[in-house]
Design a protein around this ligand. Structure first.
Ligand SMILES: Nc1ncnc2c1ncn2[C@@H]1O[C@H](COP(=O)(O)OP(=O)(O)O)[C@@H](O)[C@H]1O
Ligand SMILES: N[C@@H](CCC(=O)OP(=O)(O)O)C(=O)O
Length: 380
């Protein structure tokens, strides 16, 4: 196996960089926006763009800035109130980015996305085209989840901005995602523990998941360290790299891209994954679940085979033909995702059966497989 590239090679090859900045970096606990920080970040993004890199920013802070602007005592709990506060704060945020970028001859382009925009393949590709056009105009996309229209109850949320940033990085095939928070990187225990040590490099996210300490309830940020690790997993599984670093460090982005050993680097797992398999494997959300027996699991994960009905032991959910489904092993762990050739009801009838029986059961047998390997992405 070729040696993993060195940090300096990774940052030098990062023609496209997605940076994400968390609420903790941008706002004080009372919601007041740190305009000097925004100016500094904007200046760094402009400098990287001037040096020929394509840069996009995923910025949190709308709820925090809205709480500050409306002078509320804290984050409201009602959904409508939260969405209203986000709307007030988002305009404040973009005002600050735009002001800072314009003094450097660049423009901020506000891009607000929902989970539905990314789940739908055509809309997902459209987002990519729009971001590419913005790079061509020299504008800096400033992206956030569209908080005012997302509906938590229906789970139509991207989840948090760490995940959104990972999805955007994968969509742009960015070699590097930088997650900026209020800590230097990932520590081997709670960062306020005097014995805590910073991990400079992580080769496999799964080995460090347990190090994420849950944030106390009621804080303005949503993700916490666990969601940063999941974002790092999504990006490294697609064959790209991620860094968690301190957004309050002066010149952090420019220094990182110059190769300074700052933060925690999460190294790519294997080669670069195709665009379509990135969407299947890490962006679109499955509408159902198929449980595979041990033989089918091996065929799919080790031999790259299509999934046949004979190897399916259970079907969950009510999905249609063409929908994305999760493929799980007997213990319930997801091993792959793919587009189903049959509806959930049809699969329930044909699960465990061979091709000839399927023709009899359904009265037709248009597909050899339930999920064809061309429409299947392994979960790395
Ligand atoms: N092992 C760890 N190493 C570093 N930080 C951690 C760890 N576990 C939990 N954290 C917490 O994660 C927080 C950052 O996540 P989050 O609250 O989502 O911030 P942001 O608003 O920047 O996205 C830090 O303030 C830190 O207290
Ligand atoms: N969309 C929300 C941010 C949600 C979020 O993920 O926050 P954070 O954990 O600070 O990145 C906002 O702008 O307030």
């Amino acid at each position: 196996m070729p040696a993993a590239p060195h940090r300096s090679e990774i940052v030098a090859g990062a023609h496209t960089v997605v940076a994400k900045v968390g609420t903790r970096v941008l706002t004080a606990p009372d919601g007041s926006l740190d305009v000097a920080r925004i100016e500094s970040l904007a200046g760094q993004l402009a400098a990287l763009a001037d040096a020929g890199r394509r840069v996009a920013l995923v910025s949190s802070g709308a709820v925090g800035a809205g709480v500050g602007r409306l002078k509320l005592p804290g984050r409201p709990s009602g959904l409508a109130q939260l969405q209203a506060v986000a709307a007030v704060g988002q305009s404040r945020l973009i005002e600050a980015y735009n002001g800072a970028l314009q003094s450097r001859g660049r423009h901020a382009a506000q891009v607000l996305l929902t989970a539905d925009d990314l789940n739908d393949r055509a809309r997902y590709l459209n987002v990519r085209n729009t971001l590419t056009a913005l790079f061509e105009y020299g504008a800096i996309p400033v992206i956030n989840e569209n908080d005012t229209v997302r509906v938590d109850e229906l789970q139509r949320t991207v989840g948090d901005n760490d995940r959104l940033a990972a999805v955007v990085a994968n969509l742009l095939r960015a070699p590097l995602l930088v997650l900026l928070s209020d800590v230097e990187g990932l520590y081997d225990r709670a960062p306020d523990d005097p014995d805590a040590r910073l991990l400079p490099t992580v080769d496999n996210v799964e080995t460090v998941r347990s190090l994420a300490v849950a944030s106390p309830a009621g804080v303005m940020s949503r993700g916490g360290m666990a969601s940063k690790l999941e974002a790092a997993r999504l990006v490294t599984a697609a064959g790209e790299n991620a860094i968690i670093a301190n957004g309050r460090r002066e010149n952090v982005l420019v220094d990182l891209l110059a190769g300074k050993p700052i933060g925690t680097l999460f190294v790519a797992q294997g080669g670069s994954v195709s665009s379509r398999k990135r969407w299947l494997g890490s962006t679109a959300q499955p509408s159902g679940r198929l449980t595979l027996d041990a033989g089918a699991c091996r065929a799919v994960t080790e031999r790259g085979s299509s999934l046949l009905a004979v190897g399916i032991s259970a079907v969950d959910g009510g999905f249609d033909k063409g929908d994305l489904v999760a493929l799980c092993d007997g213990a319930g762990s997801e091993v792959a995702r793919g587009l189903a050739n049959y509806s959930a009801d049809e699969i329930r009838r044909i699960a465990g059966h061979g091709k000839d029986e399927i023709a009899q059961i359904l009265g037709h047998c248009p597909y050899d497989s339930v999920v064809h390997r061309d429409h299947l992405a392994l979960v790395r």
